[in-house]
Design a protein around this ligand. Structure first.
Ligand SMILES: *Cc1c(COP(=O)(O)O)cnc(C)c1O
Length: 404
């Protein structure tokens, strides 16, 4: 690259360092668990998406190993050619059953699942109505689809959603250039990952039904967390069959990697035929797929892990609130500790790290400038002792920094 371009990049990176937004990536030397080994030291891990401990679960490991022995590792092709293994079909069937939907399609990440869900259904002449705090992958998916009729509603503000739906009607009163009807999609995160609050899904569904809009929920954090046995936010609100598109990730509570969409038979057939992320990108690997089948089996068998996750979260949340921390609007096991200033949040996380505790500082651009926070994510595998150790350190540093 020419020198001028490189200098520009260097100076932007330097700015990020100065303002506390530079991301120093940690290198983990152990499996994901309640403790992590980093730079040859053990750290209590309070910030991972491994909500149920599945990332290193013995049954998932064993399923992956057995599958490798019998079927190898790679699939050597996209799903649409010869990359579809019977394990993929089993996983899709199991996910559909688990989510109480007609069918499912699996791709290699939640990010790609959002791309597929939106791009395959809408184009530039259609309309999307999106919560202002939706995940980056939804924003990117809307961009990829080339949708210019974008309406953003204030976070979980149902009056504003209605206003946006009314605005959208001006566009959809005309036919799409191809002669079909113009489509309106309301899209929301299920659990908002930076605040831990839930979408007002029942109200969103009512509005969608009133206006004839399509509904899509990205339930990345809700899976394995909400609803009976971790079936997700649609199950939590008992809205089966009333949310058109459910997107999930297999990379968080499910402990492995991948993304999926569940919905009606017609919709999922459509995606299997048309989604570019399915047609032009390789299938999920054999061990990943086998481990994921086992993850669904475990959830189907018992809600023990999900219950434990909530117990741990309640314990942690209560202790922090009693100590005077502001935990924002959380309704789930994602617990923010509001700080505000980026540098202070980074310093807080650094001090905890020095005490042997890993907690993420969440800063701009992941949240608005001046809304920096720590984000705690307990897991079902934490013991009470682990949590107490974390709480003690958080309070100690909080007092030192005069946050409480
Ligand atoms: C994590 C996340 C994703 C991305 O999932 P991956 O499987 O990591 O690609 C998408 N949407 C939301 C809301 C998420 O939290």
């Amino acid at each position: 690259m020419n020198k001028t371009y490189l200098q520009e990049l260097t100076s932007e990176l330097e700015n990020a360092r100065q303002s506390g937004t530079y991301n120093n990536i940690r290198i983990v030397q152990s499996q994901q668990g309640s403790y992590l080994k980093v730079a040859e030291k053990e750290y209590l891990n309070l910030s991972s998406n491994n909500y149920l401990g599945f990332a290193s679960h013995p049954r998932l490991k064993q399923a992956a190993q057995q599958a490798i022995e019998s079927q190898g590792v790679g699939t050597a092709s996209v799903r649409a050619l010869i990359g579809t293994n019977d394990l993929h079909i089993t996983l899709e069937k199991k996910l559909a059953e688990f989510k109480k939907a007609d069918d499912a399609i699996v791709v290699t990440s939640g990010y790609l699942a959002n791309m597929a869900a939106i791009q395959t259904l809408l184009d530039k002449d259609d309309v999307v109505i999106s919560d202002e705090l939706n995940h980056a992958s939804i924003i990117d998916a809307v961009k990829l689809a080339g949708i210019t009729n974008k309406f953003i509603y204030r976070h979980s503000d149902m009056d504003d959603l209605r206003t946006q739906l009314e605005e959208a009607q001006k566009i959809t009163s005309e036919k799409h250039p191809t002669g079909r009807n113009k489509r309106v999609l309301i899209v929301t995160d299920g659990v908002f990952s930076m605040d831990g609050d839930m979408a007002k899904l029942p109200e969103i569904v009512e509005l969608a039904e009133e206006f004839g809009a399509i509904t899509m929920v990205d339930d990345a954090h809700g899976e394995g967390m909400l609803g009976s046995q971790g079936r997700g936010i649609v199950d939590h609100f008992n809205l089966h069959g009333r949310v058109d598109i459910e997107v999930g990730t297999l990379s968080k509570a499910f402990g492995v990697l991948g993304g999926f969409i569940t919905g009606s038979q017609t919709l999922i057939d459509w995606y299997h035929q048309k989604a570019r992320q399915f047609l032009f990108s390789n299938a999920l690997s054999i061990p990943d797929t086998a481990a994921l089948i086992e993850a669904v089996n475990i959830l189907e068998e018992s809600d023990e892990d999900v219950k434990k996750l909530w117990e741990n979260a309640e314990f942690l949340k209560k202790a922090l609130q009693e100590a005077g921390f502001n935990t924002g609007n959380t309704q789930t096991p994602i617990i923010p500790v509001m700080i505000g200033d980026e540098l202070r949040a980074a310093e807080y996380a650094k001090k905890l790290y020095e005490k042997g505790i890993i907690v993420s500082a969440i800063k701009f651009p992941m949240v608005a400038k001046g809304a920096a926070r720590l984000r705690l994510q307990p897991s079902a595998i934490h013991t009470q002792e682990d949590l107490e150790k974390g709480i003690e350190a958080i309070i100690q540093v909080g007092k030192e920094m005069q946050i409480v």
